[in-house]
Design a protein around this ligand. Structure first.
Ligand code: S3P
Length: 426
């Protein structure tokens, strides 16, 4: 059977790539962005910034952004198409809301079923004028204003996208905006703002609750940004190496932000042989190499308190669980219903197809590790969800390539080089 072997430099991080473009566009001056992830989602953000009057050019392998400042967006001539990208939609709605322009945001059929009111309800309170389809969805019309009210915003949902949208809005608000985050989520926006020397305060109100206090409007001076490697992209090969006998790989240049690598702890608890070595810090983020060897895995309990830090890794963790001895329970995974597909449904549908017992009750997912039952070709449905397609591409190696995955093209949403990198490791 095939195995994974060798050393791979992982592609740039999706979350940081969006933020590098947006924050450079909102800075004054010229920023060079290196190692930007050129995936479909990130390119949506780039095109939207161009439509808002920001000059962006590619020079060799780098992207040069000529920032217009925090109040520099120009009203676009046509609607802003976010494609499949929830991050583009949520972050850009926030970013334009404190500029005196009117924009229409649209997206593909999947994105048009995902909640936007989770962001706009705060922006409306601050004074933006928003019209949503069926009170929650794209297409959405937003008229922003430089007179958004400075206020205290209590964010109850564990969502980095909501938090980041409000931070971006607050950068051009005149006065103090306080954003209370009740459950910790990924903190790339805060880290990148610190790197860009933006002066704002973070106060811990309790162990879990933090307050981000911004006092705008800000003038941000552009700085070059290097994008660290994406741990979520690395997770596919890491799990692949753990479950495919005789595998041994090293993934290099992986961002080691604690809000992103909780999946490594889960896999280590399962018995995974994983070694992490920090090598450097780039633009406020720790980066390092991860060494992984084939391991005999056992089932574990994954508590709901970890869910915001595992949000994009549940599909590939489900593949690991399917190959572990005993049962794995992933608790409190409700937010998975609101991703590029209903990931609870997508995982259950496909794991059942390969003969794995899996149950869902009260938003807890229980997977019984066991033998794959594959005597003929099996069709896997990606539900046009990149992370489902990549997760089952990894399982496909164990299945002797007997799985046919529909619409593998959707992988380019987050990881255009996935197939190339997988083939390199095989
Ligand atoms: C993201 C945050 C996460 C994640 C998404 C990217 C971000 O969503 O699922 O892929 O870049 O802020 P939520 O934190 O909104 O659930």
């Amino acid at each position: 059977m095939l195995k994974l072997k060798g050393t791979l430099k992982i592609s740039g991080d999706k979350s940081i790539s969006h933020r590098a473009l947006i924050l450079s566009a909102m800075s004054t001056g010229k920023a060079k962005i290196s190692n930007l992830l050129e995936s479909d989602d990130v390119m949506r953000t780039l095109k939207i910034l161009e439509a808002l009057g920001v000059k962006i050019i590619k020079e060799e392998n780098n992207w040069i952004v000529y920032g217009n400042g925090t109040n520099g967006f120009i009203e676009p001539d046509s609607s802003l198409n976010c494609g499949n990208s929830g991050t583009t939609a949520r972050l850009m709605i926030g970013a334009v809301s404190s500029n005196p322009i009117t924009c229409t945001f649209i997206g593909d059929s999947s994105l048009s079923k995902r909640s936007m009111s989770r962001v706009t309800k705060y922006l409306e309170k601050m004074g933006a004028d928003v019209h949503l389809t069926n009170k929650n969805y794209l297409p959405l019309l937003i008229s922003g204003t430089e007179q958004l009210l400075p206020m205290k915003l209590n964010v109850l949902k564990a969502s980095a996208q909501i938090k980041s949208a409000l931070i971006l809005a607050a950068l051009n608000v005149h006065g103090k905006t306080k954003i209370i985050e009740n459950t910790p989520t990924r903190d790339h926006t805060e880290k990148l703002l610190r790197y860009l020397d933006v002066n704002f305060k973070i106060r811990r109100l309790s162990n879990k609750v933090k307050q981000i206090e911004l006092n705008g409007p800000y003038e941000i001076k552009a700085k070059d940004i290097e994008v660290a490697g994406d741990p979520s992209s690395a997770s596919f090969f890491i799990v692949g190496a753990l479950i495919i006998p005789r595998s041994s790989i090293t993934v290099k240049n992986v961002m080691l932000n604690p809000t992103r690598i909780a999946f490594l702890d889960v896999l280590k608890n399962m018995g995974g042989k994983i070694k992490v070595k920090k090598t450097k810090k780039i633009c406020g983020e720790d980066v390092g190499n991860i060494q992984v060897k084939y391991s005999v895995l056992k089932g574990v309990n994954v508590p709901s308190s970890k869910s915001a830090f595992l949000i994009d890794e549940y599909p590939i963790l489900s593949i690991a669980a399917s190959q572990a001895k005993g049962k794995t329970i992933m608790k409190g995974v409700e937010e998975l219903r609101h991703k590029e597909s209903d990931r609870i449904k997508s995982i259950i549908y496909n794991l059942k197809k390969v003969g794995i017992e899996i149950r869902e009750k009260d938003n807890n997912l229980t997977i019984y590790g066991g033998k794959l039952n594959i005597d003929k070709r099996i069709k896997i449905k990606s539900f046009d969800d990149h992370r489902i397609a990549m997760s089952f591409s990894i399982l496909n190696i164990l299945c002797g390539q007997k799985l046919t995955i529909d619409n593998k093209k959707c992988i380019s949403i987050s990881y255009p080089d996935f197939e190339k990198h997988l083939n390199y490791l095989l």
